[in-house]
Write a protein that binds this ligand. Structure first.
Ligand code: NAP
Length: 285
C-alpha cells in the first residue's frame, strides 16, 4: 500500500519551531517588524491566498499587513510602493501576490523587491543564490516539497528525480534544490515528447504543470515517490496533476488537497522569521 505523504504533520513541526522562535524574539525585542503582502487588483485567488497567509501569520505570532493597490496602479506607483516597503524598517518581509494586472510585468517584483525582505525567494539575487547553493530565502512551494521528503525520510541522493513543469516558482527552483541534495534531475515541460518515457525512469516524480490526470499509473515506475504540486479545480473539486490510479503503483505520494499546499505557508512563515531576524540584527542573508 502506498504511503500517504500528508503535509499537515510537516507543517505542524515547522510552525511549532517558529512559534518558539517568535516568542523568544518578542521577549528580546518587543514589537517585531511585519510581513507586508501586496495585492494589486481584485483577483479572487489572490484575495483567498492573502487571507490564508494572514491566518498563518496570526497563528505564528508574526505581525501582518495587507497592502491593497488598485488594479489601475501604474508601474511608477507600483515601484514607489515597493520602494517604500523596502526602505521601511518596520517591514521585515515583502510578498507580492500574482497574478498582477496585465499592464504590470509579472517579473517586476523579482527585479525591485529588496532581496533581504524577499520572503518568497523570487528576486533575481535570491534565484542566483539558490543556483549557487548559498540561498537562505527560497521559494516556499518547492521548499515545502523538500520538507516533505525530509520529514518522511525519503532518500534523495543518487536518485533520479523527474520534474514536470519549469516555472520560476515551482519547477526550476525545485530542480536546483533536488540537485543540491545530489539527485540526478530531469526537467520536462509541455514540449517534451513522450513524457512517460521520462516519468517511468523517475525514482521521484514531481508534478507542477496544473494539468489534471497528467500522470497515471502506466507512466510510473513501481514504488516511485510522487510529489504533486498541481492545484486544479474540476467541477468545484480540487485535484492535483496525478490520476488516482498512481496509488496502485507509487511507493508514496502527496495527496491533493492535504499535501504540498499545506506546507507552502509554513515555509513562507519560516522565511519571514528569517527576514525578521535579518532586520533586527541588520545582518544580510
Ligand atoms: P505554470 O507557470 O503554468 O507552469 C506550468 C508548467 O507545466 C510549464 O513549465 C509548462 O510547460 C508545464 N506543462 C503544462 N502542461 C504540460 C504537459 N501537458 N506536459 C508537460 N508539461 C506541461 O504553473 P506554476 O505556477 O508552476 O504552477 C504549477 C501548478 O502548481 C499549478 O497547478 C499551480 O496551481 C500549482 N501551485 C501549487 C502551489 C502549492 O502550494 N502547492 C503553489 C504554486 C503553484 P511550458 O513551460 O512548456 O509551458
Amino acid at each position: 500500500l502506498a504511503l500517504l505523504l500528508e503535509g499537515k504533520p510537516v507543517a505542524r513541526d515547522i510552525f511549532s519551531l517558529l512559534r518558539d522562535d517568535i516568542a523568544q524574539l518578542v521577549t528580546r525585542h518587543g514589537q517585531l517588524p511585519h510581513l507586508a503582502v501586496v495585492k494589486v487588483g481584485d483577483d479572487p485567488g489572490s484575495a483567498a491566498y492573502a487571507r490564508a497567509i494572514r491566518r498563518s501569520a496570526k497563528s505564528t505570532g508574526i505581525p501582518f499587513q495587507l497592502v491593497e493597490l488598485d488594479s489601475s496602479t501604474g508601474i511608477e506607483d507600483f515601484d514607489r510602493e515597493i520602494g517604500e516597503l523596502n526602505r521601511n524598517d518596520a517591514v521585515a518581509g515583502i510578498m507580492v501576490l500574482q497574478p498582477l494586472p496585465r499592464h504590470l510585468p509579472r517579473s517586476r517584483p523579482s527585479e525591485i523587491v529588496d532581496p533581504d525582505k524577499d520572503v518568497d525567494g523570487m528576486t533575481l539575487l535570491n534565484i542566483g543564490r539558490l543556483e549557487s547553493g548559498t540561498a537562505c530565502l527560497v521559494p516556499s512551494t518547492p521548499r515545502g516539497g523538500i520538507e516533505i521528503l525530509c520529514h518522511y525520510d525519503i532518500p534523495v541522493a543518487g536518485r533520479h528525480a523527474v520534474i514536470v513543469g519549469r516555472s520560476n516558482v515551482v519547477g526550476k527552483p525545485l530542480a536546483s534544490m533536488l540537485l543540491s541534495l545530489d539527485a540526478t534531475v530531469t526537467i520536462c515541460h509541455s514540449k517534451t515528447p513522450d513524457l512517460s518515457a521520462f516519468t517511468r525512469s523517475g525514482d521521484i516524480v514531481a508534478l507542477a504543470a496544473g494539468k489534471p490526470s497528467l500522470l497515471d499509473a502506466s507512466m510510473l515506475k513501481r514504488n516511485a515517490v510522487v510529489l504533486d504540486f498541481g492545484v486544479n479545480l474540476l467541477d468545484g473539486v480540487m485535484t492535483g496533476d496525478a490520476d488516482p490510479t498512481i496509488a496502485d503503483v507509487a511507493g508514496a505520494f502527496t495527496p491533493v488537497p492535504g499535501g504540498t499546499g499545506v506546507v507552502t505557508n509554513a515555509v513562507l512563515m519560516r522565511n519571514t522569521v528569517t527576514a525578521i531576524k535579518n532586520v533586527l540584527s541588520r545582518s544580510r542573508c
